[in-house]
Every structure is written in structure tokens, then in C-alpha cells.
Write a protein that binds this ligand. Structure first.
Ligand code: NI
Length: 187
């Protein structure tokens, strides 16, 4: 489902855990063309609308190495990472309560390197490097995991993960029932 907005951007639907498409491996982007620029604009719009601080192309069922991130309070600092790589990570680690637009309503602590250095390309294919800490470092690592087919709940215990799966499945059934009811005009 794609919802068209008047600005020429579109809201994309976000896959929900445990959708198996979230486990696909993303391929590198090779052509930095208009299609990629449009996709990045749509991903940013979808992230802001959700609202979230990061979105990987995997989550909108596009299996190419693209991330959009904005950790500012004012949604005014969009960062785009294409074909990102982590080139350095600190030995120091931190635990951060993470959430994910593909696992709505679930937050849990994940331990990762506290500081990282990442290399990526922008929408014109121009390479850049960034050193990140705090939420930005968490976000880059979390979104890069999506490109490898990994969702943050996979860091949690099997018991917690199964509980989350059951909750997601229940919500999915309710959403489907709601849609069905809307379709037959019962409300
Ligand atoms: Ni996520």
C-alpha cells in the first residue's frame, strides 16, 4: 500500500516483525539515480510520519543498503547513509533502550559499542565518514542490523522474543479484523 501525499512524496508501509522479509539481506546501491533520491525522500517522510528516529530500506521491503536517520528533537537533521560500513567501534559498550518501527510498542535494552566510526555514501554517491556516540551510534548500528536481516529483538532472550512474537501476532490478527470490518462497512 502506498499513500500519496500532495508534496510528491509517498508514505510507504512498514513491515512488522515477525515478517520474514525483515530477514532478507540488502544489496549495495550501485546507481545513485533519481529512483534512489525518490526512495530516500519517501523513506524520510515515512520515518517522520511514524514518528521514528531511523528507518532502513529493508523495513519498507526494499532490499538495498539505504538508511535514513534523524535523532534531532525538531526533525530537522536528516542523515542519509547509503552502503554504510562500520570502520571502527569502541571497546566501551553501552546499554540503550531500543525500539523499532517494525516492532511497535516494544522497548528493551540492547548492549552495543558506545562509539563508532562509520563510512557511507550520500544520495549523489559521494563518500563521507562520521564519528558517532550516544543515540546516533545506537541508531546507526540498529539500522545497519536491518540491512543484514537482523531485528533488535534478536538480541533479547528467546523467552522475551517469543512473548514479543505472540503479542505481534495477536495485534496483527486484530488489525486484520479491523480492516475486514471496515471493508464490509460494519463501522
Ligand atoms: Ni528498527
Amino acid at each position: 500500500m502506498v499513500l500519496l501525499l500532495k508534496s510528491g512524496m509517498a508514505l510507504l508501509s512498514i513491515l512488522r516483525y515477525p515478517d520474514s522479509r525483515l530477514h532478507k539481506i540488502a544489496k549495495p546501491v550501485t546507481a545513485f539515480d533519481q529512483r534512489i533520491k525518490q526512495l530516500v525522500a519517501d523513506m524520510a517522510e515515512t520515518m517522520y510520519e511514524a514518528p521514528g528516529v531511523g528507518l532502513a530500506a529493508t523495513q519498507v521491503d526494499v532490499h538495498e543498503q539505504i538508511l535514513v536517520i534523524d535523532v534531532s528533537d525538531t526533525q530537522s537533521d536528516l542523515r542519509v547513509f547509503i552502503n554504510p560500513q562500520i570502520v571502527w567501534a569502541s571497546e566501551e559498550r553501552q546499554i540503550y533502550d531500543e525500539g523499532c518501527l517494525s516492532v511497535p510498542g516494544i522497548y528493551d535494552g540492547v548492549e552495543r559499542p558506545a562509539r563508532i566510526k562509520a563510512r557511507a555514501k550520500d544520495t549523489d554517491g559521494k563518500p563521507f565518514e562520521i564519528e558517532a556516540e550516544g543515540l546516533m551510534a545506537v541508531c546507526i548500528q540498529h539500522e545497519m542490523d536491518h540491512l543484514k536481516g537482523k531485528v533488535f529483538v534478536e538480541y533479547l532472550s528467546p523467552l522475551k522474543r517469543n512473548r514479543i512474537k505472540a503479542r505481534m501476532a495477536k495485534e496483527e490478527r486484530e488489525l486484520r479484523k479491523d480492516r475486514e470490518r471496515d471493508r464490509v462497512g460494519m463501522r
